[in-house]
Write a protein of this length. Structure first.
Lengths: 243, 294
């Protein structure tokens, strides 16, 4: 059985339907990518799965190892083992790197246990370990993305949702972040990845779905990438998409 | 010279009291995003508790008042605000007015609308001699108690997991929840701390005036809101510092204004505040917008 099962998920804000019947599965040790143009409903879907959009109307089913998640409080979902690294990372700017990480352990740890886990996590992320007392707001985009992923890993998730981890990063840093995601897959985490950088996502993911108008309407593979980009992005955004 | 020192101590003392007002209200506004007008009523209830307990030994009185106001604050959160967690800020504001009106009228129904004298802490009304200058004991106590309270709060916010969670919730509540921070627990903690501060403020305020009446919480909550706006919405340190500044300014005007203008002290004070806000609409120490609620 898949670790994460999403079936017929719908998300609407007032009269706007952002997600209309999204269904997919993701198993432990697997990366599933969702790609598509802006406004396809990718971010709304991830936020809904993690419980983060309280003002939206939700329907459908989301199950984590058979347990229904939809409508639960986000802190419950996170404690149950599903954690989102949201769009634009949402690092706490005034809190230090170490404090940002410590918060990731909120669902399971006392402070002393959390601090030990922070030390262990810093050893895995040399870029963060150099100055753990630095405020998160002063970090570069690449450091912030690493911090966001490390912070999510502090919750010891079974499922990791990543929303546009490559956004705004230099190509070298994108490679490093994608390698980091591949590491998590090897560690047995089920990873759902939303990306605009389609080429990288296609190469990394075990399965890559194209999303348009709130639902999946095809599978993207590397050899059919050109056709996908033409159909979904038009010429202007194509360069960005295959970057 | 002696008089100047006394005036400065007096200003720092009133500033400390106002800093407490601002800090307690800003804590709940910053984390729970509730403009809690019932904060003034909580201070008022604390003063009446003090009136009830006044004959007991003073540590029991202070502890009783603080614990009572903490319990009241938690009850206000649990009964009035928790069912409205997903509601918009206006609804919460109206709910806080409702709680405030309810508590004030309960006080009138139980204790009557008349102003009462309180015989507590009269030993604090004397002065001590510090290097040849006579300083009011109550002023020293107010300053020391405020310093201790703010120091404890700072240590709590920096050195405990719950404290870090409170600071995170103040920056981005939804993100904090996505990381497993329990929303109800964090908000209850903010109300409890706000209750401790309101309780201490009630004691200081009542000893200072020696009287109590059902509308006693109105001025503190007004000052607290002004402090929040002047300090910069969303900044706890800003609201505390602005409260301090307003208290100091108030005493400075009292001293510096010519005697026939002194009755209009508050008009001068609030005009100054308007001038400050015209120059820095985002507040003195702020700049950051109050973000989305839970």
């Amino acid at each position: 059985m898949a670790t994460l099962t999403v079936s017929d998920l719908c998300v609407s804000y007032g009269s706007v339907e952002a997600v209309r019947g999204l269904s997919f599965e993701c198993s432990a040790g697997e990366v599933v990518a969702l790609v598509g143009p802006n406004g396809a409903g990718k971010s709304s879907a991830l936020l809904a799965i993690a419980g983060g959009n309280r003002d939206a109307r939700l329907s459908g089913r989301v199950e984590l190892d058979g347990e229904p998640l939809l409508g639960r409080a986000p802190e419950r979902i996170s404690a149950d083992g599903l954690v989102l690294v949201p769009e634009r990372r949402r690092i706490f700017p005034a809190l230090s790197i170490a404090e940002n990480l410590l918060l990731g352990a909120s669902g399971w740890a006392r402070r002393s246990q959390g601090l030990v886990a922070v030390e262990e996590m810093l050893m895995r992320f040399p870029a963060l370990a150099a100055a753990p007392d630095r405020p998160g707001g002063l970090l570069s985009g690449g450091q912030q993305q690493q911090l966001a992923i490390a912070r999510a890993l502090m919750a010891r998730p079974r499922v990791l949702l990543l929303d546009e981890p490559s956004l705004g990063l230099a190509p070298e840093m994108v490679k490093r972040v994608f390698a980091l995601i591949a590491d998590q897959r090897r560690g047995g985490i089920a990873v759902v990845l939303v990306e605009q950088a389609v080429l990288g996502a296609v190469r990394l993911a075990d399965r890559c779905f194209a999303m348009r108008k709130g639902r999946i309407d095809g599978t993207v593979t590397e050899d059919r990438l050109g056709r996908f980009v033409d159909a979904y992005f038009g010429e202007v955004d194509a360069v960005e998409a295959v970057r | 010279m002696t008089e100047t020192i006394q005036d400065v101590v007096n200003a720092v003392s009133l500033g400390s009291l106002y800093a407490l007002f601002g800090c307690g209200l800003a804590l709940v506004l910053g984390t729970a995003r509730i403009a809690n007008f019932a904060y003034g009523a909580a201070i008022m209830v604390g003063a009446y508790l003090l009136f009830l307990l006044a004959d007991l030994p003073w540590p029991v009185v202070v502890l009783g008042v603080v614990l009572g106001v903490v319990a009241l604050s938690l009850a206000i959160d649990g009964v009035a605000f928790r069912p409205l967690r997903e509601a918009d800020p206006t609804t919460l504001l109206v709910a806080s007015f409702a709680v405030s009106v309810l508590l004030t009228n309960l006080a009138i129904a139980i204790a009557g609308a008349r102003t009462k004298g309180v015989d507590f802490g009269s030993s604090l009304l004397g002065s001590v001699d510090v290097g040849g200058v006579s300083i009011a004991k109550l002023d020293l106590l107010t300053i020391a108690l405020t310093a201790a309270t703010l120091l404890t709060l700072t240590v709590f916010l920096r050195r405990t997991l719950l404290g870090v969670q409170l600071r995170a919730a103040a920056e981005d509540f939804t993100m904090a929840r996505l990381l497993g921070v329990n929303a109800n627990r964090v908000i209850a903690a903010a109300f409890a701390i706000s209750g401790v501060i309101a309780g201490l403020a009630a004691v200081l305020l009542t000893v200072r005036s020696g009287t109590l009446s059902p509308d006693l919480g109105v001025q503190p909550v007004l000052i607290a809101f002004i402090a929040i706006v002047v300090g910069g919405m969303g900044s706890l340190a800003g609201a505390t510092a602005a409260g301090f500044l307003i208290g100091c300014l108030s005493v400075a005007l009292e001293v510096l204004l010519p005697p026939d203008l002194r009755p209009y002290r508050d008009a001068f004070l609030f005009s100054l505040i308007i001038v400050i806000l015209l120059g820095r609409p985002q507040g003195l120490f702020g700049g950051q917008q109050v973000g989305a609620r839970v």
